[in-house]
Design a protein around this ligand. Structure first.
Ligand code: ADP
Ligand code: MG
Length: 515
């Protein structure tokens, strides 16, 4: 077995954070090595060190057994290391070939001749690895998945032998992800070595040869998909036992709680991003809205919760028309019709007041009501009792209920928001990306709470870009594409593949026509 790369005892500190703590990492020639870990585990830092974007405080990097100094990306590129970042670095108004030669300082023959070489090489590489890229296409016209391949070709054009892919599937539909995995296989079959960063368990089983798990900046272990189980990997990632299955009884939906008809809304740049959306959520069911990020889901949720103007159409909650009603009125419907709860997509924007104690955050949208308010005074005992109960029930790890919410870890902040929203009587729960950025343990916990809410007769609207989350929780699944619901399926009958095609905008009719 030959090592392509060895990182020895790499240590990197940022102010207040030990991002990499004596990390040992070995990449074999011709393997796909997954670097698995929760948000903040130190994966990107380790790879940014390898690519010369950061300099390690301590530790060595060895290539083919020889120590190398990598001070900047050009050093890494010269040593045959290429990196595809989470956010692509392509120029939209330029062609594929132009982007590929951009930044190669070897403009030997002048731009035009190099452009010819780049086009020819792109075709060759594209053919060799099954990338299907047209060198003359403009980046702005290409789907995200293809843009990502351009980044891969760019690295290959610079003769990379080691490819670092940082969370490459985050922006892809399931089909695009599958296609990427095929390309990755083809690359390693022809001698390349790949470091594949991910936080998704399913993906490491699909494509990795070996897996190194990072937790809190250190290596929790290295294993293989055959030796490991979902369970064992999840435990390595979070450092404690986790339960991964959602227990779900068949749904028993009853009356309609949320009815949306022909809803239209524009985004902050005035583009119509919610374009005539209609659906209904009944008590006791979870309607999942699937879709690749950026297809209008955020604006839809904002329009439903009074945070964005509806241009057209109607929103009806418990038979009350709440189109363009204030958020407070929508929340306040809770008093009479047991209301609607909203788990915001971005905790920091709408979900909490970081500087305020947990106890206060737990009554953010009910402080003006009984039992917390009595006339103009606040009832501190009731606030404290409530906080102690929710902290216990939702397993919020905190030294005290008076700790400022902002000093909790991300997972605990999220549990606080969910705890607040689910611990008052509700009829409708709109959960938008409820587990984004959470560790697998907390994700599991929140999933179970959503199912419990549904079993208690709450109507749940789940909006998520994570298809696995949508599939494991929903009773019905609506797919949103370019501002429209292009299909609604019974969750039991919907396959990953079909949903993936719908997420790419390929309708059921087209799917049947092509098969
Ligand atoms: P991952 O990629 O596994 O999600 P990162 O490597 O991005 O994790 O981050 C590891 C830790 O280092 C986190 O606590 C993060 O906040 C911190 N960190 C990463 N980059 C920087 C930076 N440039 N400055 C300060 N802190 C950073
Ligand atoms: Mg990262």
């Amino acid at each position: 077995m030959t090592l392509a790369l060895e990182m020895r005892s790499i240590t990197k500190r940022f102010p207040g954070v030990l991002a990499n703590d004596h990390v040992n990492f070995q990449l074999r020639k011709g393997e796909i090595h997954a670097l698995l870990g929760e948000n903040g585990a130190g994966k990107s830092t380790l790879m940014n060190i390898l690519y010369g974007l950061y300099r390690q405080d301590d530790g060595q990097i060895l290539l083919d057994g020889r120590e190398v100094q990598i001070n900047e990306p050009t050093d890494a590129i010269k040593l045959g290391i290429g990196m595809v970042h989470q956010h692509f670095m392509l120029v939209p108004v330029m062609t594929v070939a132009e982007n590929i030669i951009l930044g190669t300082e070897i403009v030997r023959n002048g731009f035009v001749l190099d452009l010819d070489t780049a086009s020819r090489r792109t075709r060759e590489l594209s053919h060799q690895y099954g990338l299907e890229i047209d060198p003359d296409a403009y980046i702005k016209d290409l789907p995200v998945g293809t843009q990502q391949r351009v980044e891969i070709v760019k690295a290959l054009y610079r003769e990379a032998d080691i490819l670092i892919l940082d969370e490459p599937t985050a922006v892809l539909t399931p089909q695009e992800a599958d296609e990427l995995f095929v390309i990755m296989r083809s690359l390693v079959a022809q001698g390349k070595s790949i470091i594949f960063i991910t936080h998704k368990l399913r993906e490491v089983f699909e494509v990795a040869d070996r897996i190194t798990v990072l937790r809190n900046g250190h290596v929790a272990g290295t294993t293989t998909p055959t030796e490991a189980t979902r369970q064992s990997l999840a435990e390595m990632m979070v450092g404690r036992e986790v339960i991964l299955t959602v227990d779900k009884k068949p749904a028993a939906p009853s009356n309609s709680v949320l009815k949306v008809e022909g809803l239209k809304a524009v985004d902050d740049r005035d583009a119509l991003v919610v374009d005539g959306v209609s659906f209904e959520v009944r008590a006791g069911e979870i309607l999942g809205i699937a879709g690749v990020q950026g297809n209008g889901q955020t604006e839809l949720v904002e329009a439903l919760t009074g945070l964005r103007r509806c241009l057209d159409g109607r929103v009806v909650i418990q038979e009350v028309d709440v189109t363009n009603a204030s958020p407070r009125k929508i929340t306040d419907l809770g008093v009479t019709v047991e209301g609607s709860a909203h788990i915001p997509e971005d905790r920091h924007e709408h979900g909490m007041l970081s500087g305020y104690p947990i106890a206060d955050n737990l009554i953010l949208n009910s402080y003006y009501r009984f039992p917390f308010a009595r006339g103009v005074a606040m009832d501190n005992q009731a606030i404290e009792d409530n906080a102690l109960r929710v902290v216990h029930e939702f397993d919020i790890r905190t030294p005290s209920i008076y700790t400022p919410a902002g000093s909790l870890s991300g997972g605990n902040q999220q549990k606080m928001v969910v705890g607040r929203e689910l611990s008052r009587p509700i009829k409708l729960l709109i959960a938008s990306q409820p587990t984004r950025g959470l560790d697998v343990g907390s994700i599991e916990f929140i999933h179970n709470r959503l199912v419990t809410a549904r079993d208690d007769g709450v109507a749940v609207l789940l909006v998520s870009a994570e298809l696995d989350e949508i599939m494991s929780l929903s009773d019905r699944i609506a797919v949103m594409y370019k501002g429209q619901i292009i299909a609604t399926l019974d969750a039991d009958l919907a396959s990953r593949e079909e949903l993936g095609l719908l997420m790419a905008g390929i309708s059921k009719e087209e799917q049947h026509a092509t098969t």
